[in-house]
Every structure is written in structure tokens, then in C-alpha cells.
Design a protein around this ligand. Structure first.
Ligand code: NAP
Length: 280
């Protein structure tokens, strides 16, 4: 049976360390501050924003919320970002996605100064990551790295297979894994003989968005299985991309959903906010 990686405990451990770090920074006159922009009233976005505020409170990071109505124009949103870019008290800016359809997401995300881009979505930060020179790191992928590090799983020299090549999970995770000296294979919907590839993984990461996609026959004995997926099953309950019940019997380590990778994403957002404050 696999050891279950407890993302909530690892989150609490990291937030505790950050709380101490923020207290020390405050003594030096540095006050990390996260500005979160939410446009419209999407209930899921509201939950995410509230969770981010709660994590700020736990760590002593100042949080500012800018809740804008659904009909906010692109120009107005760009104007707010310019104001926050120029506000020396703001360390990090996050624009909660999704945005209403009349707003060009790329235009908004690229307007945030790279030095304040705590989500690490700006092309400059992705470019820096690709050349191994990132300072602000992509939150979910970095959360995966931190889970492995906490468990003492060294990725150097390991065969890592990532299923999913999105710009926010699969691709940036591949960059972090390469920087940590793993041998990385990235799979996607056009990959041929997927199971043959996934079975060879020492560390298998699922970032697909399909409930129960990774079945036990796709996993090699003793593999570490990291489930990034956050989905709803037919009973509307949260579930990952991995058939947890059966894969657990084959893997050496496994992350649950909920309570695995999920809690680490906001934790790494706090990390980036502190880094941005220190570098400003
Ligand atoms: P995405 O943008 O939809 O990308 C999904 C990836 O899976 C794509 O690269 C796609 O391939 C690949 N894929 C789809 N069907 C496949 C198949 N049959 N075989 C092989 N590959 C297949 O999703 P995402 O944003 O990366 O998110 C993935 C999951 O992670 C979702 O459940 C999401 O909710 C979750 N997530 C969790 C967190 C967290 O904090 N834990 C953060 C972000 C996302 P193609 O590129 O060929 O289409």
C-alpha cells in the first residue's frame, strides 16, 4: 500500500515557516502584500479568493481585494492593474480567472509587471523558468516539487512522466523537473501507447482533468503517483485524475484528492508574494 502524501500537513508546515519569515521581514520594514482582483460573481472564483485571503491571514501577508462588477471593461481592468503596478506597497498582483468573455485574458495577464506576477503566468516569467532562471515560480507545479521534497523523494535521475501539457501545469512542471535533473516525458491527447510510457515512470504526474483517468494498469510497481486533477465525479464529489483506490495498492506514494496537490497551490502563491516583496 502506498504512503499517502498529506498535502494539508505540508501546507501547514510551509505556512508556519512563512509566518515566521514574514514577521522577520516586518521588523525590517518589508510588508508583503497581495492584491487580488475578482471580476464578476462566479461562486468558484469567490471560494478561491476567500481561500487566498485566509492563507494571507495565516502568514501575516497583507491582502487587498478588488471586487469588480461583471460589466467592468477591459480598459478599466487594465487601468486598475497599472495603478497596482505603480503602487510600491503592493508586492504581488493576482487576477482571478476566469474573466468575463468580453475581456482578453492574455492582455490582462501580460499587463501585470513580471516582478509582481505571483501566479507566474507572464511570458517573461515562463521564459525565465525555461532557462532555469525563474524567481517567481508557477504555483501548482512548484507545489508538486515541494510535496516531493518534503517526503524526501529526490527527482534527480528519475524517470518522470507527466500526463498533460497545459501552460499552467504540465509544461511548467516539466521545466521544474528538468531543472531538478529528472528525465522528463510529457504526454498528451495525441500520445501513442500512453500506458506503455506511464508504466515506466518512477514518478507519474496526472494533470489531465478526467476523473479516474490513470488506472492501476498504467502504473509501474512502486511508482510515486501525483494527482493534480480537481474534478467532480458523477456524484458531484471532488476527485482527481487517478483511480485512487486501485492505484494506491501499486504505488509507493500517492497524493489524495482533495488534500494532496490542491492545498499546495495557494501555499506557493504565498511563497511568491514573499519573494516578490523581498525583491522589490
Ligand atoms: P487542460 O488545460 O485541460 O490540459 C489537460 C491536458 O490533458 C492537455 O494537455 C490534454 O492534451 C491532456 N489530455 C486530455 N485528454 C487526454 C488523454 N485522453 N490522454 C492523454 N492526455 C490527455 O487542464 P489543466 O489546466 O492542466 O488542468 C488539469 C487538471 O488539473 C484539471 O482537473 C484541473 O482542474 C486541475 N488543476 C488543479 C490545480 C491544483 O491546484 N491542484 C491547478 C490547476 C489545474 P492536449 O494538450 O493534447 O489537449
Amino acid at each position: 500500500m502506498a504512503k499517502i502524501i498529506d498535502g494539508k500537513a505540508i501546507r501547514d508546515y510551509n505556512l508556519d515557516l512563512m509566518k515566521k519569515e514574514v514577521a522577520l521581514l516586518n521588523e525590517q520594514g518589508i510588508h508583503p502584500c497581495l492584491a487580488v482582483i475578482i471580476v464578476g460573481s462566479d461562486p468558484a472564483s469567490r471560494v478561491y479568493v476567500n481561500n487566498k485571503k485566509a492563507a494571507c491571514e495565516k502568514t501575516g501577508i497583507i491582502s487587498r481585494e478588488y471586487a469588480l462588477p461583471e460589466e467592468t471593461s477591459e480598459e478599466e481592468l487594465l487601468g486598475l492593474i497599472d495603478t497596482l503596478n505603480n503602487d510600491s506597497e503592493v508586492s504581488g498582483i493576482l487576477c482571478q480567472l476566469p474573466l468575463p468573455e468580453h475581456i482578453d485574458k492574455e492582455k490582462i495577464l501580460e499587463r501585470i509587471l513580471p516582478s509582481k506576477d505571483v501566479d507566474c503566468f507572464h511570458p517573461e516569467n515562463i521564459g525565465r523558468l525555461s532557462i532555469g532562471n525563474g524567481t517567481l515560480l508557477p504555483c501548482t507545479p512548484n507545489g508538486v516539487m515541494k510535496l516531493l521534497e518534503y517526503e524526501g523523494i529526490d527527482v534527480a535521475g528519475k524517470r518522470v512522466v507527466i500526463v498533460g501539457r497545459s501552460n499552467i501545469v504540465g509544461k511548467p512542471l516539466a521545466m521544474l523537473m528538468l531543472a531538478a535533473n529528472a528525465t522528463v516525458t510529457v504526454c498528451h491527447s495525441k500520445t501513442v501507447n500512453l500506458s506503455e510510457i506511464t508504466r515506466q515512470a518512477d514518478i507519474l504526474v496526472a494533470a489531465v482533468g478526467v476523473p479516474g483517468f490513470v488506472t492501476a494498469d498504467m502504473v509501474g510497481d512502486g511508482a510515486v503517483v501525483i494527482d493534480v486533477g480537481i474534478n467532480r465525479n458523477v456524484k458531484e464529489r471532488l476527485c482527481g485524475d487517478v483511480d485512487f483506490e486501485n492505484v494506491e495498492k501499486k504505488a509507493s506514494y500517492i497524493t489524495p484528492v482533495p488534500g494532496g496537490v490542491g492545498p499546495m497551490t495557494i501555499t506557493m502563491l504565498m511563497r511568491n508574494t514573499i519573494t516578490a516583496a523581498k525583491n522589490s
